[in-house]
Design a protein around this ligand. Structure first.
Ligand code: CAA
Length: 258
């Protein structure tokens, strides 16, 4: 692959968007490569947590590639949107936990990619924004949908309508970012969080992800029933027996992920 690096190390996978000369902007090739990497990782039973970051120390992803987009027609623009939406949706719904380690600019498609991840850890240098309206377009990689669900309609409208960037303190204040770290400790902290999640009951974490993601798209009563079904399903796993037995025997659980 030319623009995406994937390093698998035991239970963790690190996916690096690697177009530093364009501040890791997502051209269609990069989006397709990311899609292939995510498909491969989704079916990898060894990998429990995926960290997505950008190469270099300046940018996570500076958006969709403006140079590639300038001459698109309406049908091509829609196809690009659908392509990235599908890849980001696969990230959102993959069985593993996905952590965005936001090491710099997360603009437009970059903010949308980070928003599709389960959580966002950011460096003090990170900046977020949806500058599409400054280019005469709307967000097209699901930013108009995920951002308001993450931070609320009013704040999402402010960010999208003004096109302004926000710094990491503001992103943390409004709940777009889970944690903020010094740039040189970001990846270690992301790995620490990833290892902690990977040490938990794999099926439970994966089912909790599905319960949150899918439940939020249901009416409340259906979501409660769905949660109870998922809760019940946990009792068919070895991890549940091991987790509860380990508690009673006052030892650390040794989860097998089944
Ligand atoms: N697409 C293509 N190239 C990009 C890019 C992008 N989104 N962002 C940066 N680059 C390129 C620049 O063109 C430049 O290339 P050249 O050296 O060949 O000129 C290189 O990366 C370095 O960028 P700058 O010189 O601009 O770096 P800077 O430090 O002065 O500024 C920045 C950094 C503020 C991030 C600025 O690059 C910028 O504003 N980039 C565009 C951000 C943007 O508007 N993103 C949204 C895109 S639209 C979108 O994402 C739609 C959607 O919903 C999916």
């Amino acid at each position: 692959m030319e623009n995406v690096i994937c390093n698998v190390n035991g239970k963790l996978a690190e996916v690096i968007i690697n177009r530093p000369k364009a501040l890791n902007a997502l051209n269609s090739q990069t989006i397709k490569e990311l899609g292939e990497v995510i498909d491969d990782l989704s079916s990898n039973k060894e990998v429990k947590v995926v960290i997505i970051t950008g190469s270099g120390d300046k940018s996570f992803v500076a958006g969709a590639d403006i140079k590639e987009m300038r001459d698109l027609n309406a049908m091509e623009g829609r196809a690009l949107g659908r392509l990235a939406q599908k890849v980001f949706s696969n990230i959102e719904h993959m069985p593993q936990t996905v952590i965005a380690a936001v090491n710099g600019y997360a603009l437009g498609g970059g903010c949308e990619l980070a928003s599709a991840c389960d959580m966002r850890l950011a460096s003090k240098k990170a900046k977020f924004g949806q500058p599409e309206v400054t280019l005469g377009i709307t967000p097209g990689f699901a930013g108009t949908q995920r951002l308001p669900r993450l931070i609320g309609k009013g704040l999402a409208k402010e960010i999208i309508f003004t096109g302004d960037m926000i710094d990491v303190e503001e992103a943390y204040r409004i709940g777009l970012v889970n944690k903020v770290y010094d740039p040189d400790e970001l990846m270690d902290k992301a790995r620490e969080m990833a290892n902690k999640i990977a040490s938990r009951g794999t099926v439970a974490v994966s089912l909790a992800k599905a319960a949150i993601n899918d439940g939020l798209n249901m009416d409340t009563e259906s979501a409660y029933k769905y949660e109870a079904d998922i809760f019940g399903l946990c009792f068919s796993t070895e991890d549940q027996k091991e987790g509860m037995t380990a508690f009673i025997e006052k030892r650390k659980a040794d989860f097998k992920g089944c």
